[in-house]
Design a protein. Structure first.
Length: 565
C-alpha cells in the first residue's frame, strides 16, 4: 500500500484534460462545472435515494451533505443515483424475488457510472439491506479511494408503551390469524410501527451490514450507530466527503482496507452483535469482489472463539437506538481488540489503523444491559452456525442464539413455495413438532432467494415459535428468529437433497454437531435423486432469467460474475 502522494486525478484527467476533451468539458459546464473544477479530483456520490421505502427516503439530503464535504475539501462532487427496492414492502410476494437481485444491479450500476465517467473516488450511501453489500461490491471492483456511509437507523414506533418496528407488524399478522388480536389492534400496530426515515431498528440485516462495514474499516467510526435523522449523520456524510480526498492523497484504495483480516474483523463483530444470517451471504460476496479467499467454514472457525454478547432484537430486547444511546459499536470493538479478537493493524478509511481509531474510545456506561461482558455472554460461541450433513452437503446457515434450544427433530411438512407454506401456517395446518421445508426458493430456483420473514413471523404470531422448525434453500430476514436453517446448498433447483424430501420424513437439526440430516438410508436418498427432474425455469426473459443463468451458489455468496470466464 502506498502512503506517498499520488495522482489524485488519475481517472478524471482522462475525461476532461486536453484540447481533444473539449466536448466532454462542454457537457459538464451544463451540469454546474466551472473552469476551476476541471483541475480538481472528481468524486462520485452514489446515492441510493428513492421514495419506495422509508430506509432511503432521506438519502438525497445525505448525498448533498457528502457532496458539500467533498467540495469544501477541494474536490468536485457529482451526485448520481442507483436503485433501491424494499424488502419490507415486497416480503412474501413474487416481487421479493428481485431483492437479492437488486444487490447485483446496485453494484453493476455504481461500477458502470464511476467507470464510465472517470471519477477518481467515491462516497457510497446506502440504507436498505441490499444497498450496503451492493455498494461495497462495486467499491471493491473499482478499487478507487472510497468511503461507505450508512443512511442510519429509524426511530422506534410506539403503541401502548411498547416499542414497535416492522417485525412487530409481521408478527401481528400471525397473532391476528390466531385471533389473539382483532382488526383494530392490527391496524393500530401497522400504522404506528414506522414513524419516519431510516432502516429497520433491530440488529436486522441493515444494521448488521452497517456494523460489519464499519468493523471492516470502510466506514468512518460510528457511521453504523447513528439515527437516520440526526446531526451526527449529517456530519458523518460531510466527513466522508473529506475522507475520500485524504485517501486520494495517501493512495489508499478499498482493497488496501478490505483484506482477509478486515473480513475476519467484520465477522467477529457480526457474531458479537448477534447479527443477521444474511451477513454470511453478503460478506462472501464482498470478499469475492475484493479478491479475498473467504469460505463458508471460516465463519465456523471464527465463531468458535467469539461470543455473542448483544441483547438486541430480534432475539433480544433492545433496538439499535438503544445501542446508539450507549455509544454504538466502537466500545464493543475496543473490548474485542483488547481481548485479542480483532486485528488492530488493519487500515481504515480514516487513514489510520483500527487500533489507532479505537485508542481513545470510552467504555460503555456503568449499568447498561445491552452489551454483556465477554465472560458473561449470551452465547459463548457464534449464533451463526454452519451446518452440513446429508441434507446440506455444501452447507446451510442457522441462527441459533441458544434461546431456541440446540437441536430439533421432527417430521417434514414440505412446500414448494413460500406462498404455499404461508397459507398452511395461517390456516392452522402446521402442527407442533413439524419441520417446515420450503424449497425451490434458492438463487436459481426462485429465482432470487427470497427471505422467509412472513412465514417465520406468522409462526411466532401463532405461538409456535418454540414448537416448530423451518428449513429452506431460500434465506431469512435479519428480523427472523426461531429454529430456522437457510441457505441450504445445493438448492432444490440444482438437485440438492432438499428436493427429494417427502411429507413425514424425519429431519434432525443438530447445532452442537453442526449437522442437518434426513433420516433415510443413503440408498433411498440416491434412488429419489435419480428420479428427480429439474423444473422448467419460472422466468425465461428479463432480469430474473438473467440472474438465474449467472448466479452461483449461496455457499459462494450468490454473486453473478464468478463463472463468467
Amino acid at each position: 500500500m502506498s502512503t506517498k502522494k499520488t495522482d489524485t486525478r488519475e481517472f478524471s484527467s482522462q475525461v476532461v484534460d486536453g484540447m481533444e476533451r473539449a466536448p466532454s468539458r462542454a457537457m459538464l459546464y451544463a451540469v454546474g462545472f466551472t473552469d476551476k473544477d476541471f483541475a480538481k479530483p472528481q468524486i462520485g456520490i452514489a446515492s441510493t435515494w428513492a421514495m419506495v421505502t422509508p430506509c432511503n427516503m432521506h438519502i438525497n439530503g445525505l448525498a448533498d451533505e457528502a457532496a458539500r464535504g467533498v467540495d469544501l475539501a477541494g474536490g468536485k462532487s457529482i451526485v448520481f443515483n442507483t436503485i433501491s427496492i424494499s424488502d419490507g414492502i415486497s416480503m412474501g410476494t413474487e416481487g421479493m424475488k428481485y431483492s437479492l437481485v437488486s444487490r447485483e444491479v446496485i453494484a453493476d450500476s455504481i461500477e458502470t457510472v464511476v467507470g464510465c465517467q472517470g471519477y477518481d473516488g467515491v462516497v457510497a450511501i446506502g440504507g436498505c439491506d441490499k444497498n450496503m453489500p451492493g455498494c461495497l461490491i462495486a467499491l471493491a471492483r473499482l478499487n478507487r479511494p472510497a468511503v461507505f456511509v450508512y443512511g442510519g437507523t429509524i426511530h422506534s414506533g410506539c403503541h401502548k408503551q411498547r416499542k414497535l418496528d416492522i417485525v412487530s407488524v409481521f408478527e401481528a399478522v400471525g397473532a391476528r390469524a390466531n385471533d389473539l388480536i382483532d382488526d383494530e389492534e392490527l391496524h393500530a400496530i401497522e400504522s404506528k410501527a414506522i414513524p419516519g426515515p431510516g432502516s429497520c431498528g433491530g440488529m436486522y440485516t441493515a444494521n448488521t451490514m452497517a456494523s460489519a462495514i464499519e468493523a471492516m474499516g470502510m466506514s468512518l467510526p460510528n457511521s453504523s450507530a447513528q439515527a437516520a435523522i440526526s446531526e451526527d449523520k449529517k456530519q458523518d456524510c460531510k466527513a466522508a466527503g473529506a475522507a475520500v480526498l485524504n485517501l486520494l492523497e495517501l493512495g489508499i484504495t478499498p482493497r488496501d482496507i478490505m483484506t482477509r483480516n478486515a473480513f475476519e474483523n467484520a465477522i467477529t463483530v457480526v457474531i458479537a452483535l448477534g447479527g443477521s444470517t444474511n451477513a454470511v451471504l453478503h460478506l462472501l460476496a464482498m470478499a469475492y469482489s475484493a479478491g479475498v479467499n473467504l469460505q463458508l467454514n471460516d465463519f465456523t472457525e471464527i465463531g468458535k472463539r467469539v461470543p455473542m454478547v448483544a441483547d438486541l432484537k430480534p432475539s433480544g430486547k433492545h433496538s439499535m437506538g438503544d445501542l446508539i444511546d450507549i455509544g454504538g459499536i466502537q466500545p464493543l470493538m475496543k473490548i474485542l481488540l483488547e481481548r485479542g479478537l480483532l486485528h488492530g493493524d488493519c487500515m481504515t478509511v480514516t487513514g489510520k489503523t483500527l487500533a489507532e481509531n479505537l485508542a481513545n474510545i470510552a467504555p460503555y456506561p456503568e449499568g447498561q444491559t445491552i452489551i454483556r461482558s465477554l465472560d458473561n455472554a449470551i452465547k459463548k460461541d457464534s449464533h451463526l452456525v454452519v451446518l452440513h450433513g446429508n441434507l446440506a452437503p455444501k452447507g446451510g446457515v442457522a441462527k441459533i442464539t441458544g434461546k431456541e434450544g440446540l437441536g430439533f427433530t421432527g417430521p417434514a411438512r414440505v412446500f414448494d413455495s413460500e406462498e404455499d407454506s404461508m397459507k398452511s401456517i395461517l390456516d392452522g395446518n402446521v402442527q407442533k413438532g413439524d419441520v417446515i421445508v420450503i424449497r425451490y426458493e434458492g438463487p436459481t430456483g426462485g429465482p432470487g432467494m427470497r427471505e422467509m420473514l412472513a412465514p417465520t413471523s406468522a409462526i411466532m404470531g401463532k405461538g409456535l415459535g418454540d414448537e416448530v422448525a423451518l428449513i429452506t434453500d431460500g434465506r431469512f430476514s435479519g428480523g427472523t428468529h426461531g429454529f430456522v436453517v437457510g441457505h441450504i446448498t445445493p438448492e432444490a433447483n440444482q438437485g440438492g437433497p432438499i428436493a427429494i424430501i417427502q411429507d413425514g420424513d424425519v429431519i434432525t437439526i443438530d447445532s452442537q454437531n453442526r449437522q442437518l440430516n434426513l433420516h433415510l438410508d443413503d440408498a433411498v436418498i440416491q434412488q429419489r435423486l435419480d428420479g428427480w427432474v429439474q423444473p422448467k425455469p419460472r422466468y425465461t426473459q428479463g432480469v430474473l432469467a438473467k440472474y438465474a443463468k449467472l448466479v452461483c451458489s449461496a455457499s459462494e455468496g450468490a454473486v453473478t460474475d464468478k463463472y463468467l470466464a
